[in-house]
Design a protein around this ligand. Structure first.
Ligand SMILES: Nc1ncnc2c1ncn2[C@@H]1O[C@H](COP(=O)(O)OP(=O)(O)OP(=O)(O)O)[C@@H](O)[C@H]1O
Length: 310
């Protein structure tokens, strides 16, 4: 039985001169909405470009939609859409001409490409602006037309590189809503690259976190969010010492953080035993914060890793 991964890489390595930008990336990603999350410069664009053979990998193997790109690259790319991070329109062309032309470049006959271009322009919410030159578009419109051209040939897998870049919160929300529909309504697998946790957190069901060319985490969103360390931060105005004594009596280790809050490693599956214990001891905390879930924590680590490296 053929495997059902849309993307599989083994030891994928890419260097620019002395800099190793992808360092032996091993991944197996099933169909779905996949978030490729990492700070600026982490290697997300290089990863996408190496899969699409826009950049030549130095070593390792890649299978897209079940086919090895070294032997079936051209055939595979016909079934893939791509919206790069930077502008990719042809200066002087109007929106609908441009998307139609992209369809033709993917092998569609003119009439079919034109019809599908209009459908995709409708899908991304472009009205009469489609008859204007792309050069005159706002950033939001440019992002939307990039998505339309990536979908015009009805691909099975689409790569969207930082599609919310440069947009205000409302524009970001609109684009994310569109991307969510690509997978949910059309069944087209989406790889959404972003340096914003919020983007992938909202619409992706699987997350890959990348930092300095390494995959630092890969799991379903639900699993990453579910992985919490049994720790909590307790905010109290007073009784810090008696609170710590109470926790220590339970065998829970605790310490005072720089912000003055008490951190406790309670080992419980919920905060209830902790709350009950404090209530019985007559201690009223101002707030009890759960430890961040693994997704936020891993993303912060990825950010720090990158900062250290810069
Ligand atoms: N053509 C190139 N020549 C030399 N170095 C490059 C080239 N393209 C990318 N790099 C370097 O590779 C590293 C990864 O870049 P990449 O664009 O893949 O990161 P990214 O995660 O997509 O971040 P961003 O969103 O900022 O583009 C960076 O240090 C970048 O400077």
């Amino acid at each position: 039985m053929p495997n059902s991964y849309v993307i599989e890489t083994r030891g994928l390595t890419k260097r620019y001169g002395a800099q190793t930008v992808l360092d032996g990336v091993d991944l197996a990603l099933p169909a779905g909405a996949i978030g490729l999350l990492g700070p600026n410069g982490a290697g997300k664009s290089t990863f996408i470009k190496s899969l699409l053979q826009l950049e030549e990998k130095d070593s390792g193997s890649v299978r897209l939609l079940g086919k090895d790109i070294d032997t079936h690259g051209r055939e595979t790319r016909r079934r893939i859409g791509y919206a790069p991070e930077q502008d990719c329109h042809i200066p002087g062309m109007v929106g609908c001409e441009y998307v139609t032309y992209c369809g033709e470049l993917s092998g569609m006959p003119f009439e079919a490409a034109r019809q599908r271009a209009h459908e995709m322009l409708d899908f991304v919410g472009m009205g009469q602006e489609r008859y204007r030159k792309v050069d005159t578009y706002s950033t939001g419109m440019k992002q939307r037309i990039k998505i339309a051209q990536a979908l015009v040939h009805d691909p099975d897998l689409v790569f969207l590189d930082e599609p919310t870049n440069g947009l205000d919160p409302k524009g970001q929300a609109l684009i994310l809503e569109l991307i969510e529909r690509i997978w949910k309504e059309s069944g087209i697998s989406v790889v959404l690259s972003s340096h914003l946790l919020h983007d992938v957190d909202r619409i992706c069901d699987r997350i890959v976190i990348i930092a300095q060319g390494n995959v630092v985490a890969h799991d379903t969103l639900a699993a990453l969010k579910g992985r919490r360390r049994p720790e909590a931060e307790v905010v109290v105005a007073e009784s810090k010492e008696s609170l710590m004594a109470l926790f220590r009596k339970q065998g829970w280790s605790c310490s005072v953080l720089n912000n003055g809050n008490v951190k406790v490693v309670h080992g419980q599956s919920s905060l209830n035993p902790l709350l009950e214990l404090m209530r019985a001891a007559g201690i009223s905390p101002l707030e009890v914060k759960e430890s961040p879930n693994a997704l936020s924590e891993l993303f912060l680590q990825a950010l720090n890793k990158e900062r250290v490296a810069v």
